[in-house]
Design a protein around this ligand. Structure first.
Ligand SMILES: *Cc1c(COP(=O)(O)O)cnc(C)c1O
Length: 359
């Protein structure tokens, strides 16, 4: 039985990448040493981290006036690092509350003594659509506006970015980096834990405009953008294996046509599933169609026991990790870059079989 992994993160990786890791694991490039045991100060690793950075620059068309940095600590680490490094003039940020992860970002910034103005929220609508700015952003008031480009749990995504009126835009792109095309220069900073779409857990990518990086006293070194930029992300031991594996995924994306092709494939996969759900007599997705995510699709029957039965049925057919997040319930299919069209087709087929047996 072919197994398809619909987990939200850590998530499915391309088979070609897993096979390459397996083949290279005992001896990296004929060195007689494993990636698991080489020094981060070695030439071997230098080539890996620089290659990963170059491939990401190439894939996302990252302009030269941006740094690409690799941190540990996940998206959650960046909820602290971003305000500590960027909220240094006004000590005030604006935020659009689009769900669980935006809320976490707001709470972490507030914890650090930053004033957080949540300018719009769709919490009352269970985040089934994106919040929009109620009025043009006040100029020279906020250090930045924080958005979550893709809401992993609620299944929404920004296909058009909010107009910031000159305020720096910060995007948490953890769950759709390289899954759809964004213009990097629309952002002052983008961050993403790689484990949703482009690698195994352990590394968090930060893409930041160079003029926003300042020398700030009293910052923990591990969250310090200036220090990491000066040390090529190797102030201390980086997540060696995770950077290596992420580099392999980025190469795989390049070999498979790049971000535009990923987006085309993701649109095709997502349409197949949304189309089924919109015609189903059993399952439904409640997200406003214009705001629907390409990478995370929550859906449910409206009956918890039936949802559970559906998850068990899918699992028995090799369609794994479809349980929805506890805050939304139901099921959730994550359709990241590495999920093949055939996996989504198999899911839709089995959902339809389940539907016919239960209505
Ligand atoms: C998963 C996720 C996070 C949190 O990432 P961690 O690496 O677990 O800290 C933050 N933002 C978004 C959009 C996510 O999907």
């Amino acid at each position: 039985m072919t197994v398809y992994n619909f987990a939200a993160g850590p998530a499915t990786l391309p088979n070609e990448v897993i096979n390459k890791i397996q083949a290279e694991l005992p001896s990296l490039e004929g060195s007689g040493m494993s990636i698991l045991e080489i020094s981060h100060r070695s030439t071997l690793f230098d080539n890996i981290i620089n290659g990963a950075q170059e491939d990401l620059r190439d894939l996302m068309a990252i302009p030269d006036n941006y740094e690409v940095l690799f941190f540990q600590g996940g998206g959650t680490g960046q909820f602290a690092a971003v305000p500590l490094n960027l909220a240094t003039d006004h000590h005030r940020i604006a935020l659009l509350d689009s769900g669980h992860w935006a809320d976490r970002a707001a709470k972490e910034a507030a914890n650090l003594g930053i004033t957080v103005d949540t300018l719009a929220t769709t919490k009352a609508d269970h985040y089934q659509e994106l919040p929009v700015l109620p009025a043009p952003l006040a100029t020279d008031t906020y250090d930045y506006l924080h958005i979550t480009t893709n809401n992993t749990i609620e299944g929404t995504a920004y296909h058009e970015l909010p107009e910031t009126n000159g305020t720096v835009l910060v995007g948490d792109m953890s769950s759709n980096i390289t899954a759809q095309r964004y213009n990097v220069s629309d952002f002052g900073l983008i961050f993403a834990g790689v484990q949703k779409n482009i690698g195994p857990a352990g590394v968090t990518i930060v893409i930041v405009r160079k003029d926003l990086i300042k020398e700030i006293p009293h910052l923990p070194s591990i969250l310090n953008y200036d220090l990491f930029a000066k040390k090529n992300s190797m102030y201390n031991t980086p997540a060696v294996f995770s950077i290596y594996a992420t580099g392999l995924v980025l190469k795989w994306i390049k070999e498979n046509g790049g971000v535009d092709e990923m987006q085309r494939r993701n649109e095709k996969k997502a349409s197949l599933l949304y189309d089924y759900l919109d015609h189903s007599k059993l399952f439904h997705n409640n997200v406003k169609p214009a705001d629907r995510s390409l990478t995370n699709v929550p859906f449910m029957t409206g009956d918890e026991d039936l949802d559970k039965a559906a998850i068990a049925d899918m699992t028995a057919h090799g369609l794994m990790s479809l349980k929805g997040h506890r805050s939304v319930g139901g099921l959730r299919a994550s359709l990241y870059n590495a999920m093949p069209f055939d996996g989504v087709q198999a899911l839709v087929n089995e959902l339809y079989t389940f539907e016919r047996a239960h209505v």
